[in-house]
Design a protein around this ligand. Structure first.
Ligand code: NAD
Ligand code: MG
Length: 384
């Protein structure tokens, strides 16, 4: 039976890997909408190749180029943030939410409000919206499947079990490319060094987050919303080989772990086929060749981001959305060569200290916290 799918952020790392899997099982899928921020040529080429009905760019300035690239086809085109939400609201069997940043929140909420099945990679949307999103999932009877490899691992380890029997959930972290760097080396880290991740091939923003460990901080908050076992039961362990993607320990002290190659197509496939399974092109896991798995406690002196995230979710209210917004501004500034690598967590902490708002209750509240927190973070940049 053919299933319909829309991919938000189709031109990115997760989007492309999703299309790679779909390309290997073409007869099983019908592509409804594909979206990008700009990358009009790439989006048009994907839309043609996969016979999409609709192609949307978030940046309206890129619409003319998209129209031209798709002239003569019957693929519909649209542009702008509202068009992204309209695309996400079209009924499909599965929506893959793979936009980076809080920019993806509106479209994710549109897909949830339609009561669909959403494979969520866009962690910033869940971190910012928190209960606003989980409440909408419950209200509209939507299904959220976690694409993020750690959360996908936890989701798999929880199948057939009760959340109330969980003693501990452990998120594994690779530690990123700077795991063994000194403070002095970190101060001088360049964007090129930060985006070269040892285990995973990812977009620029998440690669920097991985280097600062803010990725694990965001994932800690993400896990809290997806698997509400209480923050005291949520732990992080550094595991440089990225073979164990996360673990769940039950009250009888039995621990279940999910292992796999560090390739996002494995967790993406788990969502696409859920609750069944599908083939992926990866090699089978050769543990004898891997040889050793090692584990370390996180170092929050050199990498304060996980502490900031934990404090933000403990504080609750607008703090997680503020943390995320400040981090997005700081990462963009670092990638643009405006600030040092170690300024990223400092800027996040300063923004959290300077700005507070009432707990967001609606999508509009979340978006306004996001834009106000960004303005505060941008001010810190100007005064640097
Ligand atoms: P990416 O930068 O490679 O791709 C991002 C996609 O979003 C692109 O299609 C881009 O055009 C689109 N986009 C960017 N800004 C936009 C905007 N303002 N409006 C509309 N669309 C916009 O990012 P990625 O690495 O694929 O990551 C996507 C999401 O998945 C992130 O939230 C990331 O944290 C999460 N994730 C990624 C990986 C990975 O391996 N890449 C793993 C786990 C989770
Ligand atoms: Mg992850």
């Amino acid at each position: 039976m053919t299933r319909s799918i829309s991919i938000l952020g189709a031109t990115g790392s997760v989007g492309e890997q999703t299309l790679d899997l779909i390309g290997r099982n073409r007869e099983e899928w019908r592509v409804e909408a594909l979206t990008a921020n700009c990358s009009a040529q790439k989006l048009a080429q994907m839309a043609r190749e996969f016979g999409a009905k609709l192609a949307v760019v978030g940046d309206e300035n890129c619409l003319p180029e998209l129209r031209e690239a798709l002239a003569g086809t019957d693929i519909e085109t649209a542009g702008g943030p509202a068009a992204l939400c309209e695309a996400a609201a079209r009924p499909v069997d599965m929506t893959v939410a793979a936009i980076v940043g809080c920019a993806g929140l509106g479209p994710v909420m549109a897909a949830i409000e339609r009561g669909g099945t959403v494979a969520l990679a866009n962690k910033e949307a869940l971190v910012s919206a928190g209960e606003v999103m989980t409440a909408a999932v419950a209200k509209h009877g939507a299904t959220l499947l976690p694409v993020d490899s750690e959360h996908n691992a936890i989701f798999q380890c929880l199948q057939g079990h009760r959340l109330s029997d969980v003693a501990r959930i452990t998120l594994t972290a690779s530690g990123g490319p700077f795991r063994e760097w000194t403070q002095e080396q970190l101060d001088a880290a360049t964007p090129e060094q930060a985006v070269a991740h040892p285990n995973w091939d990812m977009g620029a923003k998440i690669s920097v987050d991985s280097a600062t460990m803010m990725n694990k901080g965001l994932e800690y908050i993400e896990a809290h919303h997806l698997f509400p076992v209480g923050l005291e039961r949520l732990k992080i362990v550094v595991h440089p080989q990225s073979v164990i993607h996360s673990m769940v320990e039950y009250r009888d002290r039995s621990t279940l772990a999910q292992l796999g190659p560090s390739d996002m197509r494995v967790p993406i496939a788990s969502c696409l086929a859920w609750p069944a399974r599908m083939d992926t092109p990866m090699e089978t896991l050769d543990l004898a060749e891997i040889g050793e798995l090692s584990f370390f406690a996180p170092d929050e002196t050199r990498f304060p981001a996980t502490r900031l995230a934990r404090e933000a979710i403990e504080a609750g209210g607008a703090a997680p959305a503020t943390l995320n917004a400040a981090n997005e501004v700081a990462v963009a500034a670092f990638l643009a060569g405006q600030i040092a690598f170690t300024r990223i967590p400092v800027m996040v902490e300063q923004t959290l200290n300077r700005y507070s708002a009432a707990a967001p209750r609606t999508l509009e509240d979340v978006l306004s916290v996001d834009s106000e927190a960004r303005a505060h973070a941008a001010e810190l940049l100007e005064n640097a």
